[in-house]
Design a protein around this ligand. Structure first.
Ligand SMILES: Cc1ncc(COP(=O)(O)O)c(C=O)c1O
Length: 377
């Protein structure tokens, strides 16, 4: 194989390390540093760190986060929580997603046997169904109210609506309301120079709502926010008790827009091989939409950032082909050459893979099963 035309220090896999591609390789050193940095930040801000595991879905990484001081984990789906309780020994889980329907409620009841579980609610219908089931089984379930602070996805609208909803939930038998949570995703989509202002506004809104609810003699220990891009801002608002970033473990090309993080902070890369060079300005990688998620790049054109080749653009993906448009004279794209691609959005990319290949100092040292991959129920 020809030597790559980039400084090997930017690559996480040494060129002489053989590997079958495409595969998702994680640099253990960058991963550990990302985990430690966020844990350190949370300690400094005086908030609990409850990482969202949807990014990695991997028990080994959940264990690393807990060992670094995480108070528990966040997940979206009950299936993710089940895997983490069984395989990572996680005993404190926030299901930060509207949990609706009897099959899921039965699984929550089973999960309560092995872990503390807090479930987010944003509708009276879901809260009443949980309440009825808990009453039937003589159990109490901790719940928190999901608040929409501006992302306009799920969540009770910030202000009067969320306060009134919280007071309704607080009265339901079988439920114990412990807090409020938001995903301040609107900060992530704000222009980079506005992210701080938008994130701080979301944090202040949350603290204000919590105070209003407490004013009705409801204890509310948890005020939880969560986003990697906003992670250095929202949790600094006095009164926030918990942060739930997820993407920070790996980072991806979307982080480049903020200027704080670069290639060296991206732990997870697709290692791909050039399988065709049909034209001087076109190469084809063996990573298509069945391995690299389709999300558009926020900070870089195309379907991912090719390390060391910022001008080479992955312009088109079909299922197994990643078509790269090359500038004149670009080296390193002969058939058989290998590149590292930083995904635009690492979370859905991980969900497409079975395993993470772990690299240390450029060598493959381990394989970790992405045990919660595909757990969308
Ligand atoms: C409810 C919730 N909390 C936390 C997060 C973590 O955000 P990020 O992926 O920016 O780290 C997400 C991300 O989608 C989320 O939906």
């Amino acid at each position: 194989m020809a030597a790559p035309a980039v400084a090997t220090s930017e690559l996480i896999l040494a060129p002489e390390q053989e590997v079958d591609t495409p595969c998702l390789v994680v640099d253990e050193g960058i991963l550990r540093r990302n985990i430690e940095r966020m844990a350190e930040f949370a300690r400094g801000a005086g908030v609990g760190l409850r990482p969202h595991i949807k990014t990695h879905k991997t028990p080994e990484i959940a264990r690393m986060q807990l060992a670094a001081g995480a108070v528990g984990i966040t997940c979206a789906k009950v299936g993710e929580a089940e895997v983490m309780a069984e395989q990572a020994g996680v005993d404190d889980v926030l299901v930060a997603y509207p949990t609706v329907g009897e099959p899921k409620i039965r699984r929550i009841l089973a999960l309560l046997e092995r872990a503390r579980v807090v479930v987010a609610v944003d509708s009276t219908a879901a809260a009443e169904a949980l309440s009825a089931a808990m009453k039937r089984h003589g159990r109490t379930l901790e719940v928190c109210i999901e608040v929409n602070t501006g992302q306009n996805r799920s969540g009770a609208l910030a202000g009067d609506e969320s306060v009134a909803f919280a007071l309704t939930v607080a009265r339901l038998p079988g439920l114990h309301m412990v807090g409020i949570m938001t995903h301040e995703g609107q900060a992530n989509s704000a222009p980079p120079d506005e992210i701080e202002t938008v994130a701080l506004a979301a944090g202040r809104t949350m603290v204000e709502i919590a105070e209003r609810i407490r004013g009705h003699s409801v204890e509310l220990p948890m005020v939880s926010v969560g986003s990697t891009p906003a992670s250095h801002y929202t949790p600094t608002v006095p009164g926030i008790t918990e942060m739930r970033p997820g993407t920070y473990v790996f980072n991806d090309s979307s982080a480049f827009q903020y200027g704080r993080l670069g290639v060296g902070d991206c732990a997870a890369r697709f290692v791909a091989t050039v399988v065709s060079r049909p034209a001087p300005d076109r190469a084809v990688l063996d990573t298509g939409s069945k391995s690299l998620a389709m999300d558009p790049g926020k900070a870089h054109p195309g379907h991912g950032y090719i390390v060391g080749h910022p001008e080479a653009i992955i312009s088109k993906l079909s299922e197994e082909h990643g078509v790269v448009t090359l500038p004149a004279g670009e080296e390193g794209f002969a058939v058989g050459d290998r590149v590292e691609v930083i995904p635009n959005h690492v979370c859905p990319t991980v969900n497409l893979m079975d395993d993470l290949f772990i690299a240390r100092d450029g060598r493959l040292v381990d394989t970790w099963r992405i045990a919660a991959r595909g757990k969308v129920r």
